[in-house]
Ligand binder design. Structure first.
Ligand code: NAD
Ligand code: ZN
Ligand code: ZN
Length: 394
């Protein structure tokens, strides 16, 4: 089959690789019909090279048609239309029972000290072949795949794999009081979807911050009060002016470690790029590679006693946190990979509604044949051509 494989920093290719097969009784094979490109893939494209093997298949936002099932998969049949959550979870362990599917104890990558395995996401997360491919082997298929009805186009359901549950969890974790205010930093797919969900759930005021003009315009187009951080001298001041001088009740960081504007982090990552992998891994784990600027802005913005919800991915272990401010402002921080399965039942009814309240049908800006994925990665990283959400068609 054809698949998108990683070969080095900013070097991904379409290769021919062996078709996946059923390896465990709980596996299924899915023929992929649509598969998303994610901000998280950009971390692999740019900085996480030391954790990826050459030839690894990327991608974690697939949907398609079940082509084969193992003997222990009794809830799926060949021909079913399914969306595959980006995290692989079993549905029957302590963590899954507690709605913490991204910590699944059956698939935890213990040798790396990490949570549940993810599709297409580095050795840290189990080096499971990903979904930017014609075919996908789905472990734990007795639980993970979400069956969706025939009829609507793929885009109606595709974002259940990641964007929708991630943004949903970001809003849940933000604990926005009834009618309260929330600021969302980063208006990429995750941040923008979080603004839509917060609006849908009745937040009184939704403020969005970014620096890419098309993204700012897109959120402003559905009623978000936007702030261009590149054109505003005093961002916290501008946000306080909108929130009775106090700051919003909640702040969602939907940027993560690709934040613009923190030269120290960039230097560390560039240096890591020049070192042998084993050394670079250590530097990245211990010295910290994160550019914490988005998180620091979140801490600064939020009102005293408020909540900061992080969905942006952070990776280093040694970055200094502004503990003085976090403690003094009496903040709550909530974060983590989305527990995809946890939120599906809440979200599905909104996708069956003909009104499309979350705007999923028109969410993607680009549909591209999988064979053109390498150029699309480049476009997406540079945010050229208004690239916001890219969907590959294998
Ligand atoms: N927690 C999870 O389960 C989960 C799942 C999916 C994605 N993510 C993470 O969420 C983050 C966002 O994902 P995405 O797909 O929307 O990515 P994206 O890269 O498309 O969006 C990030 C946005 O942040 C903006 N930005 C960068 N620096 C900024 C700054 N200093 N101030 C304001 N805005 C800034 C960028 O212009 C961009 O629009 C990524 O870190 C991704 O890895 C987490
Ligand atoms: Zn994703
Ligand atoms: Zn589990």
């Amino acid at each position: 089959m054809k698949a998108l494989t990683w070969h080095g920093k900013r070097d991904v290719r379409i290769d021919t690789v062996p078709d996946p097969t059923i390896e465990q009784p709980t596996d299924a094979i899915v023929r992929v019909t649509s598969t998303g490109l994610c901000g998280s893939d950009l971390h692999l494209y740019e900085v996480l090279g030391p954790f990826i093997g050459e030839g690894d298949v990327l991608g974690h936002e697939p949907m398609g048609i079940v082509e084969a099932v193992g003997p222990d998969v009794d809830n799926l049949a060949v021909g079913d239309r399914v969306v595959i959550p980006f995290n692989i979870s079993c549905g029957h362990c302590f963590m899954c029972d507690h709605g913490l599917q991204s910590q699944c104890e059956t698939t935890q990558v213990r040798e790396q000290g990490m949570g549940a395995a993810l599709f297409g996401y580095t050795k840290l997360y189990g080096e499971v072949p990903g979904g930017q491919a014609e075919l996908l082997r789905v472990p734990q298929a007795q639980y993970g795949p979400i069956r969706v009805p025939e009829g609507p186009p793929d885009d109606r359901f595709l974002f259940l794999s990641d964007v929708l549950p991630t943004a949903w969890q970001a809003v849940e974790y933000a604990q926005i009081p009834k009618g309260g205010s929330v600021a969302v930093i980063g208006l990429g797919p995750i941040g923008e979807m979080a603004t839509r969900i917060a609006q849908h759930q009745g937040a009184g005021q939704v403020i969005g911050l970014d620096l890419v003009p098309e993204r700012i315009a897109r959120s402003a187009g559905h009623g978000v009060h936007t702030i261009d951080v590149s054109a505003t001298d005093d961002v916290p001041g501008a946000v306080r002016d909108l929130t009775a001088g106090r700051g919003p009740d909640s702040v969602i960081d939907a940027v993560g470690m690709e934040a613009h504007g923190a030269p120290g982090g960039k230097l560390a990552r560039t240096l890591a790029g020049l070192m042998p992998d084993a050394v670079a891994r250590k530097v990245m784990e211990n010295a910290g590679i994160d550019r914490l600027s988005a998180l620091n802005v979140a801490v600064e913005l939020v009102r005293r006693g408020g909540t900061v919800s992080l969905s942006g991915v952070y990776g280093g272990t040694a970055d200094p946190l502004n503990m003085l401010q976090i403690f003094d402002k009496q903040l709550t921080l909530k974060m983590g990979q989305a527990n995809v399965r946890r939120w599906v039942d809440d979200i599905l009814p909104l996708l069956s509604d003909g009104d499309d309240p979350l705007g999923v049908d028109s969410f993607a800006t680009h549909h591209v044949p999988l064979t053109e994925a390498p150029a699309a990665y480049d476009m997406f990283q540079k945010k050229d051509d208004g690239a916001f959400k890219v969907v590959f068609k294998p």
